[in-house]
Design a protein around this ligand. Sequence first.
Ligand SMILES: [Fe+2]
Ligand SMILES: [Fe+2]
Length: 321
Amino acid sequence: MSRRTLRPVFKRLWLLAPVATLGVGCSSTWGCDPDENWEQQTFRVPSTLSDGGVPTQDTSCVELCEALGATIPCARIPGSEVGEDGELIEQVECRAHFACEGRRPEGLCSDGAVATGTPALGALFARMAHLEAASVPAFERLADELAGHGAPRHLVQAARRAAKDEVRHASAMESLARSHGAPMPELKVEPFQARTLEALAIENAVEGCVRETFGALLAGWQARTAEDAKVRESLATIAPDELMHAELSWAIDAWAMERLSPEARERVNAARREAWRELEQDASTSHLPDEVTRPSGLPSTAMARKLVRELASELMPGALA
Ligand SMILES: [Fe+2]
Ligand SMILES: [Fe+2]
């Protein structure tokens, strides 16, 4: 992958973007499975609905969520379980899907979730700010590791610059989150342990060559399509940096792969293929209401999947065959 390859691909895909108009997409507010972008939280079913009625087994999940003050519709209904005091608790499980991407560090244990009832758009930006903040230690560690593995100086310096970029990105997204009623989520990352060049290469392939690369494409997309001018302005400053981060991922990949055995290279590529499949799955199941996607500029579920497939076909032909 070279600069000459990635930029033309992005430019072609950005041409598919409707300029500052539509956008349906993905994201969410509540607690999450740290390994996935599915987010969910279980609530006790409210005793009364918004219209004063009493919920029954036939009450829709959306009605239950409205009564709870939740702002993103959920996808599933209820079950029940016995609470600590022996009480039978009727429950509803709310789910929404967040498909914004970036470089997550190993050991990331916070998920960027904010309190229930936070405005959905603010929660989306809070989650994005959390992801940007998580990228800071990811790049700092990467720079140290690259130096330790004898990588060329320009790669080490680029990783250090990227860490500084991510500080600015986190600040910009935090500002958007706060302006839409959401706080900056806490960031928790476990202390790093030394690892092999193969482990570094696998993480870089998954988090950099797939997820951060798609994130860079999304940032440029949002900069073109977000209906909120402040969002377009913020993403327009972030997108060029993210494109360089994506290119850095591929430059690190090229350097590392030359130094790995054929067996190790195959393991890196297997992880990369799996990351494309997971990303396509995430995009295919994304869901967000218009009131979140239109101002944020995130693509529709169908378009997000199309972008993932087009990008994968260019960067790793056959990965999503
Ligand atoms: Fe960033
Ligand atoms: Fe980045």
